[in-house]
Ligand binder design. Structure first.
Ligand code: OAD
Length: 241
């Protein structure tokens, strides 16, 4: 099965944790998922941070260390190539915070859930690149050098608003494409909104939709025109060769 990309087609790709799995990044859900057995909605939330900031810092600290060690895989590279072929007719929306798409060379990327390698001050809201705060065992909570406010990773947690400019950009892209929209979701379990609802918007405008997943969740897969079962690093390079 191959994507049909025509002269007027616009391609929107949504990626999730599964796309980074072959690089060695653990997914959130599913077998061996990071949050297996944990009440994720409670921990990765403003309330969770208020109650046990050290727990969240240690979780993201581990993720930072791991993200520094890994490299983009064939799935990430295929998406860079698609962007180069389509230019403004391509948009990548990612729920991943690991920065692997950007490191692979993707430029037209919407980092819907933020950036793992950025830190934000909860008081003065300053955001800065930071790959070295890990919050090791026994270390105090990281504080802002300017205002002493508590620092946090610059990622979106449950119960937090997404950047409305990102949502507008996605919506404009989709509306402009209309029925010429081709939507590919890869490596996402379809459990977190609004990303999980994008396929419904594509269906409303009668675009074409594809799901690529090694183990496609039934409730999500049923909303797509085509489902390809397989690893994204193997499927994506062949989907639009
Ligand atoms: P999940 O961990 O929920 O889902 C990963 C999906 O990838 C599953 O459907 C797996 O079957 C699939 N998968 C695993 N390995 C794969 C591979 N090699 N190729 C293709 N598919 C593979 O991850 P997300 O859907 O991204 O949000 O999770 C969404 C959000 O939930 C995350 O961004 C995160 C979390 O809460 C925040 O942190 C705000």
């Amino acid at each position: 099965m191959e994507l049909r990309i025509e002269e007027k087609s616009c391609l929107c790709v949504l990626t999730g944790a599964g796309v980074s799995a072959e690089s060695g990044v653990q997914t959130f859900r599913g077998q061996g998922g990071l949050w297996e057995g944990m009440l994720i909605e409670q921990i990765a939330s403003p309330k969770g941070f208020e109650q046990t900031p050290s727990l969240l810092w240690r979780f993201y600290g581990k993720r930072r260390r791991m993200a520094k060690r890994v490299e983009p895989n064939a799935g990430h590279h295929a998406l860079v190539e698609w962007e180069q072929r389509l230019g403004e007719r391509f948009l990548l929306v990612t729920q991943n915070v690991d920065g692997l798409h950007q490191r692979a060379g993707s430029k037209r990327v919407i980092p819907l859930h933020g950036h793992l390698m950025e830190t934000r001050c909860t008081k003065c809201q300053r955001v800065f690149f930071d790959e070295n705060t890990y919050m090791e065992e026994g270390e105090g909570l990281p504080r802002c050098q300017e205002c002493r406010g508590l620092l946090r990773p610059n990622v979106v947690w449950f119960g937090e608003m997404l950047d409305k400019h990102y949502l507008e950009e996605i919506s404009e892209f989709m509306k402009a494409a209309g029925e010429h929209l081709v939507f590919v979701a890869a490596g996402t379990s379809g459990q977190v909104y609004p990303a999980a609802g994008l396929v419904d918007e594509v269906n409303c405008m009668r675009g074409k939709s594809w799901l690529v997943d090694v183990d496609p969740p039934e409730f999500y897969a049923g909303r797509f025109n085509h489902v390809v079962r397989g690893k994204s690093g193997e499927v994506l390079p062949k989907l639009w060769p």
